[in-house]
Design a protein around this ligand. Structure first.
Ligand code: ADP
Ligand code: MG
Length: 318
């Protein structure tokens, strides 16, 4: 449903997003997890057609964003970071406006607005002027704005920022529920949030995807692993599976692919030194090894930089 291919954004000289590729299936809820500055918002802006990529492409429901942006955008409900709302508009009026922009007809509108007001717990402020709302309410109005046209693909950039604990719990429930019929990608720098709502988590740092797995497996990854970064000359074959078969290997994932090179991130048991078996495997499989090194940036380091405190939610659930 979402197909991101080697998406890259270079602002000055250093890439903020570096050949990021991933796929999200229909009906999946995927968490895009990374510390501040990792490149989450930049990726989401490119995916939603608000920022032109330096290279790479995005397909939404098979529609290429760069070739048919109107059609691709219509499939998406996007809640950006610091969403711009119209402070002088009333909430319901704003939502009718958003639904109309997205091409909703009158009859559809009449149903959609009350429904989304209820879903996002903002029915009580339907006739309030947006500018006078608290941050938590405004976040939920922005979320409602992204959902009001019933998009197939929902992309949310740190949706719970600024909400109070009780609201956070409810909004996470709502997001989980959305995944039943729709495809959801949400960014967060809060590990428990990614765990609470996602079927699968993509971990991003320094503009690169470092891992993608179920929340449970990612937790396991915290418990010390050796990580190897391998770069090969690109061939026609997908090679991650070949590496997954090496004894002691826990996870092998392609992290970057260009015309000429493929990079992989390999997670192995801590006790084993896999450098030699990896070299031997490349020789046997006829793979041209361009680089093999142990990663200095471990998953543990990344997780340490993520906001793991989620006291707010605990309080609210208790
Ligand atoms: P995240 O959303 O994960 O916190 P961002 O995508 O906002 O990260 O930023 C990724 C990197 O790109 C950061 O180093 C940030 O400073 C840089 N960056 C973001 N926007 C711009 C911009 N408009 N110009 C230059 N650098 C930018
Ligand atoms: Mg951001």
């Amino acid at each position: 449903m979402i197909d991101v291919r080697a998406l890259t954004k270079v602002y000055v000289d250093k890439p903020a997003v570096d050949a990021v590729s991933f796929f999200v299936k229909e009906g999946e809820v995927v968490g895009f997890l990374g510390p501040n500055g990792a490149g989450k918002s930049t990726t989401l802006r490119m995916m939603t057609g608000f920022l032109p990529p330096t290279s790479g492409e995005v397909l939404i429901g098979g529609v290429p964003m760069h070739r048919d942006p109107l059609k691709a955008k219509r499939l998406i409900g996007y809640m950006p970071e610091n969403a711009a709302l119209y402070p002088e508009m009333r909430v319901a009026e704003y939502l009718r406006f958003r639904a109309m922009l997205a091409g909703g007809g009158r009859a559809e509108l009449r149903k959609a607005v009350p429904q989304v007001l209820e879903e996002c717990f903002i029915g009580d402020v339907a006739e309030t002027v947006i500018g006078s709302l608290s941050k938590g309410y405004r976040q939920r109005v922005a979320l409602a704005g992204a959902l009001v046209h019933r998009p197939k693909v929902i992309i949310l950039d740190e949706p719970t920022i600024g909400m109070d604990p009780a609201q956070i719990v409810k909004i996470r429930e709502l997001i989980r529920g959305l995944g039943r019929e729709r495809t959801v990608l949400l960014s967060t720098h809060i590990l428990p949030e990614a765990e609470a709502v996602s079927d699968r988590v993509l971990v991003i740092d320094h503009g690169r995807i470092l891992a993608q797995d179920s929340p449970a497996n990612l937790r396991a990854a915290l418990k010390g692993r050796n990580t190897y970064l391998v770069t090969l000359k690109a061939g026609p074959k997908a090679v991650a599976e070949t590496f997954a078969g090496v004894p002691g290997m826990l996870q092998a994932a392609e992290t970057r692919r260009t015309e000429s090179e493929v990079s992989l991130r390999l997670e192995a048991e801590k006790e084993r030194d896999l450098r030699e078996p990896l070299f031997t495997l490349c020789v046997r499989e006829g793979l041209t090894l361009l680089e093999l090194r142990e990663d200095t940036l471990s998953m543990e380091d990344i997780f340490l930089r993520l906001t793991t405190e989620d006291e707010t939610t605990k309080e609210a659930v208790a």
